[in-house]
Design a protein around this ligand. Structure first.
Ligand SMILES: Cc1cc2nc3c(=O)[nH]c(=O)nc-3n(C[C@H](O)[C@H](O)[C@H](O)COP(=O)(O)O)c2cc1C
Length: 283
């Protein structure tokens, strides 16, 4: 699937997307947007749509930050970020979430230490790339079987990240001074994980709009293997803890944007017997 996506991204004519800066991508998208929607831009009675709205700007400009200053955001800002999450839409307005704020370097350092320990244990068990006949010829087949059943958690991206964490080359919580835990209430309507995603995204956008930095951390799951941390954070039915959002002040200004692939979008505009028109979104 990933290969298929990569292939699609590098189709001829699309190489420009990965090789140009994000500002240019945005400018070009805006140009294309204006061309396609000139009637709308001209006749709009709402906000001036000749430039991005403030909300669009925040969406396009946000980046995950992986280096934070030690001092936390003031509490009022953290509360405003929580408020953005609280106002997220959810299926049936079931609001299947609970939040906790971890604003303690003592706790976060202990979390970091234990998460690295779990990553090391996983990689000791699963890393078949390490130089050993047993690992490369025997363990490899078992590991690949486990990966097949855990394909999301052990996708090459988190697998490579876990390897780096286990080697001590990458942190788990990026030295963030504050972690906002996003507990998912399994009793939510329809698909609570979707609601959690929307809720957290509201939070990171709100943080960015205030000049703060943020990063989603799915690797909190590492700590959920340890009963000690499940107990400490009260993770038991009906809750599960798969994600958190780290917030703080950025240590450095982030590099340019991580490029996004061009999306091939079907537009169904005719009748039931008309094939959809394919549009390349993002070019
Ligand atoms: C649900 C979720 C979990 C993530 N978990 C991690 C994580 O554990 N560690 C990390 O460094 N980044 C994590 N990220 C951040 C992604 O790597 C990042 O959003 C992606 O590379 C795009 O980069 P950008 O956010 O700067 O646009 C996560 C993002 C999401 C949405």
């Amino acid at each position: 699937m990933q290969e298929e996506k990569t292939a699609r991204v590098s189709t001829p004519g699309n190489e420009s997307f990965s090789s140009i800066g994000m500002d240019e991508v945005i400018d070009r998208s805006m140009e294309a947007f204006e061309k396609k929607n000139s009637a709308l831009v001209k006749s709009s009675k709402g906000p001036d749509l000749n430039s991005w709205t403030p909300v669009e700007e925040v969406i396009l400009d946000r980046r995950s930050t992986r280096a934070f200053k030690p001092e936390p955001l003031p509490d009022f800002m953290i509360r405003r970020i929580l408020e953005a999450g609280r106002y997220a839409p959810s299926a049936g307005n079931s609001q299947p979430w609970k939040f906790a704020v971890v604003n303690s370097s003592e706790i976060i350092e202990a979390m970091e230490k234990d998460a690295v320990m779990v990553a090391k244990a996983f990689m000791w068990l699963l890393d078949y790339n390490r130089p050993s006949f047993f690992r490369q010829h025997i363990l490899k087949h078992y590991t690949k079987l486990i990966i097949r059943f855990q394909k999301n958690q052990l996708h090459p991206v988190p697998f490579a990240l876990l390897q780096e964490i286990a080697k001590g080359n990458a942190p788990v919580f990026h030295g963030a001074p504050t972690l906002i835990l996003l507990y998912e209430d399994k009793r939510g309507v329809s698909c609570p994980a979707t609601d959690i995603g929307i809720c957290g995204q509201n939070m990171v956008l709100a943080a960015h709009s205030m000049g703060a930095a943020s990063c989603w951390i799915g690797l909190i799951k590492l700590l959920m293997y340890l009963p000690k941390w499940r107990k400490f954070f009260g993770v038991k039915y009906p809750y599960r803890l798969n994600d958190l959002v780290a917030v703080g002040w950025p240590k450095f200004k982030s590099d340019g944007k991580v490029p996004r692939e061009v999306q091939l979008v079907d537009w169904y505009e005719g009748g039931l017997n008309t094939a959809p028109r394919l549009e390349r979104q993002g070019e």
